[in-house]
Write a protein that binds this ligand. Sequence first.
Ligand code: ASP
Length: 422
Amino acid sequence: MSRHAKIFIGLTFGAVAGVLSNMFLSPSPFLSFFQQYITDPLGKIFLNFLIMMVIPLVFASLSLGVAQIGDLKKLGRIGFKTIAYFFVVTTLAVTIGLTLVNLIRPGDYLPEETKVKLLDSYKGQASEIKTATENTEFGIQTLVNIVPRNPIAAVAKPNPDMLALIFFSLMIGIALTVISKEKAEPLIKVLEGINDITIVIINIAMKLAPFGVFALIFSVTSRFGFDLLVALSMYVITVLLGLLIHQIGSFSILIKVLTKYSPLKFFKKIETVMLTAFSTSSSSATLPTTISTSQNNLGIPSQITGFVLPLGATMNMNGTALFEGVTVLFLAQVFGVQLSFGVQLIVVLMSVLTAIGTAGVPSGSIPLLVMVMVMVNIPAEGIAIILGVDRILDMCRTVLNVTGDITCAAYVAKTEGYELKK
Ligand code: ASP
């Protein structure tokens, strides 16, 4: 049985068992025990197992990718195409989101008593996020931090500074192309070794995927307040509709036009990546699978995947940007804050920029989203309204985040003269 079929079974079982437990066993000491001692730890172990390899993988594949590209002019060209693609397509995603939220106006459908109840029930979590946001630097300091004073310190923390790691790896890759072949050879061999080792370890982790995915999905669905989905239905529908239009509409057109590939076949080839993104809610945890699937199933050469995909997992988040735009406007409608066209343009820009700075982990975008809210005079506490449905939306937006990365890698490969595997 193929890997994605096994993961799909884990996902289905997890969802069915979780929903049934939610309906018939919740609350019960047995269910709490099962969540706390079986599914939560199992899900976390699986997620950690994947994320454990991300820092070495980003370092090795990015510096190796740059070294393999070899010539600085070609690197500049690929780099420009990649970054331009990230900006243009992310802006397109936010625009879809903002158009929908202005048309549907989900904020007008939220009853006052539901608003008050939600603000009250998620008060604690919201104030924790508010404090975290106040401690998050975003602005000129974010730009300064891209060049790390100490590259090890930049990543040796719970929320590693991925942009700093990217900069450091790019520099090592560039230096490798400048020094002589004989001098570069030993380090290139080491980097290839790290890459190969990472693939083996990820393969071991992915053997656990059906169980890990079962546990992750069970933990989410067995606790989920399904009544919240109903209360926030117009908001949830707006986000999901936006994501669907971008996933099925924009990506299909981009794949067809930019790579001349059948979109259906493309999606079929990256099924495992989409399933992994959906169940882990993490672009970082999905990165190893994203890289291997792009190389093995689509035949994108390693120098392109090694360059585009680690950058994409951190910087290119179409789903996240769309979600941020919709959420800011939805909450503005709920709180009666009028956002002029000019201010909405600022929301677009900030959604694109903060999506670049978002960590590719579950709910990584929430602190930055709160920052955008505060910027346009929406109370930070208002985030409480959507926290209860965030995980489900996160699972969906992460699928777009990784699909966008692979689409970009395919586009860059095609324009660099490589044929994709049919
Ligand atoms: N979970 C998302 C990702 O990893 C980030 C976010 O939107 O919170 O891509």
